[in-house]
Design a protein around this ligand. Structure first.
Ligand SMILES: NC(=O)C1=CN([C@@H]2O[C@H](COP(=O)(O)OP(=O)(O)OC[C@H]3O[C@@H](n4cnc5c(N)ncnc54)[C@H](O)[C@@H]3O)[C@@H](O)[C@H]2O)C=CC1
Ligand SMILES: CC(C)CC(=O)C(=O)O
Length: 365
């Protein structure tokens, strides 16, 4: 991979490779943009097919966080970490403590939290070494696992998208096909089930599927079948790049609304689903509940305040659909514009000179 070429193309600030022989830590921290504030984004632990695949994932996810945090109105930039390894076998205490020291070394430029493959317990270990971590145990006055809040944000965002497609935001009797019933989707399915939606689920983890079948009366299908099932809403809640050349022709859903990051394999796939009349809730807008929740920790966690902000995801999706219709552009473009405009405005407002303690004139303060 031509790393600097890639970083230059999308204007990344920093890419950090962290290695600790004793614990087996191999982590990649990507910081995309810190115009709005320190970069906040989770740590993913995953068995990547290659180092290049891990680097690309870290970079793509970090850029997504810049847009997510900007669109959510947070004063935070975008970053993300991937740890190369199997979260079921390769974790140990020293690994997360070593990782915590690398984060501390960034002196607040990057703040982490959970993502796929990492847990509150892992964040607590990182917290032994640095305060630049969120999503730690409620015992520390923190917000804990962000997944249930992400799930709530996805649920309200899905309702806003449904209103556009079906004329009502009630999900009663609506069929939702859910890809991946892990931490976020399990909690999201509970909201959907309680509202009377019919669920079709799939996961590569059979136990996760079984739980959804037993608790929510979901119908189970094989992972390859989920794209083509008869449904009203497709909710991608596993990994990224699942809206692509192979899957788009299979889709029967009128709405795509789910928690997975980087759902569009390429931007042209966003154009394609727009042309097909599918209402797409942009991934980083609908799945911002988790980051909104953990970001609140930075001000002293207040759950009511955080949940009020998460409720706003409904309005954000409505607004983006409105811009998309007004300007005749796909929703992903409308969301990108919203985020980019905010970053550009803040960047401009910071352009005037500000004297600080390092400047030669500082002795005149
Ligand atoms: N946890 C959070 O608060 C947030 C999560 N997200 C994103 O939402 C997605 C899900 O996150 P979590 O629920 O936390 O992760 P998770 O790891 O708990 O759940 C993902 C599920 O997808 C399944 N899966 C993986 N590949 C699959 C495939 N090809 N077909 C079917 N199932 C598959 C896994 O077995 C797992 O059960 C990820 O893309 C994550 O980055 C985004 C924002 C916040
Ligand atoms: C706190 C996390 C849920 C933030 C993050 O990494 C994400 O939203 O993808």
């Amino acid at each position: 991979m031509k790393i600097f070429e890639y970083m230059g193309k999308y204007d990344y600030e920093q890419l950090l490779f962290c290695q600790d022989e004793q614990s087996g830590l191999k982590a990649i921290i990507a910081i995309h943009d810190t115009t709005l504030g320190p970069a906040l984004g989770g740590t993913r632990m995953w068995t990547y097919a290659s180092e290049d695949a891990a680097i690309e994932d870290a970079l793509r996810l970090a850029k997504g966080m810049t847009y997510k945090n900007a669109a959510a109105g947070l004063n935070l930039g975008g970053g993300k970490t991937v740890i190369i390894g199997d979260p079921r076998k390769d974790k140990n205490e020293e690994m997360f403590r070593a990782f915590g020291r690398f984060i501390q070394g960034l002196n607040g430029r990057y703040i982490t939290a959970e993502d796929v493959g990492t847990t509150v317990e892992d964040m607590d270990l990182i917290h032994e070494e640095t305060n630049f971590v969120t999503g730690i145990s409620p015992a520390f006055g923190s917000s804990g696992n962000p997944s249930p809040v992400t799930a709530y944000g996805c649920y309200v965002g899905m309702k806003a998208a449904a209103k556009e497609a079906f004329g009502t935001d009630s999900l009663e009797g609506i069929t939702v096909a859910v890809q991946g019933v892990g931490n976020v989707a399990y909690a999201m399915c509970r909201y959907l089930h309680e509202e009377g939606a019919q669920l079709i689920v799939t996961d590569i983890n059979k136990e996760a599927v079984q739980r959804a079948v037993e608790e929510f009366g979901a119908k189970a299908v094989d992972p390859d079948e989920i794209y083509g099932v008869d449904c009203d809403i497709f909710a991608p809640c596993a990994l990224g790049a699942i809206i692509n050349d192979e899957t788009i022709p299979q889709l029967k859903a009128k709405v795509i609304a789910g928690s997975a990051n980087n759902q569009l394999k390429e931007t042209r796939h966003g154009d394609q689903i727009h042309e097909m009349g599918i209402v797409y809730a942009p991934d980083y807008v609908i799945n911002a509940g988790g980051v909104i929740n953990v970001a609140d920790e930075l001000y002293g966690y207040n759950r009511d305040r955080a949940m009020k902000k998460v409720e706003q995801i409904y309005n954000s999706i409505e607004k983006i659909i409105g811009i998309s219709k007004r300007d005749g552009i796909p929703t992903y473009v409308a969301a990108d514009r919203m985020a980019e405009e905010r970053i550009a405005k803040v960047s401009k407002s910071r352009s005037q000179f500000l004297l600080n303690s390092k400047h030669t004139l500082s002795n005149r303060i």
